[in-house]
Design a protein around this ligand. Sequence first.
Ligand code: SF4
Ligand code: SF4
Length: 280
Amino acid sequence: MGISKNWFVEKINKFLEFDESNKMKMVDNSKIFEPDVIIGIVSGNDPIFSDYKKIIGDFYLTPIEAYTWYCETNGIPISTKNLSVVAYILPINRNTKKENYEYSREKPSERWANTRLFGEQANTKIQIHLIKELKSLGIDAMAPTNEKRLFKINPKIWASNWSHRHCCFAAGLGSFGLSDGFINSRGKAMRCGSFIIDYDLPSDAAKRPLDPYEYCSKCGDCIKRCPVNAISFENRHDKITCSKHVMGTIPYIKKNYGINIYGCGLCQVGVSCSNGIPEK
Ligand code: SF4
Ligand code: SF4
């Protein structure tokens, strides 16, 4: 059986509709992500991945490098000619966005914190689920962020060797914004994912804008929303200041919501790009 972009849309939306992992169990059992995924595809051989290596750093993995590692680690023949990267956006429940906007000017709301923890677990489960289904069809696939021996985060510069958002950009799903969030037709308040499949699918690279900040209207809403002034027109997003604030929310979240996670996302809600691509 062949697969198409629509195959992924249907599988992920069904997962979001019915899987228990997409439920806000510690709050009200509502859905963490709305079953309204968007998918983008880009060839694993697209030159943008070599560009990322130059821009982000030599540690950044191209799909060919990640997939070669996977083949070598699992003792299977190296196959990189037909690789495609599948990238997707999971829209955060509108009630969660509303709550995080109204809750506080400094701390994340309960639904937002639960989305950060349990939503990311659901996101990982989606990748595992899809890879299993693909393998049952005879198509090999791997998710670099789920490979503990491969995936690395450099906490000094807050950069990892595989980035879902950069895959989303490569796959024509949107552009970055002033706050480094990813602006797309479902809005900047989202979680995203990506994985590599050994299967040639039509690429969406032609939809990719030339300017990586194309869809940011420069409205400045996110600047006003940030409690620690980590966003500015001059320096865009100060990752270090942001991460200090975000990590500092751990005790608050633990005490008030009973879960061990960090979060903020105040710059993703109540701004012009929260629910879609803003008008310029
Ligand atoms: S809130 Fe405005 S300035 Fe900030 S990322 Fe969104 S569109 Fe850009
Ligand atoms: S996540 Fe929070 S601290 Fe970081 S830039 Fe956005 S509003 Fe500021």
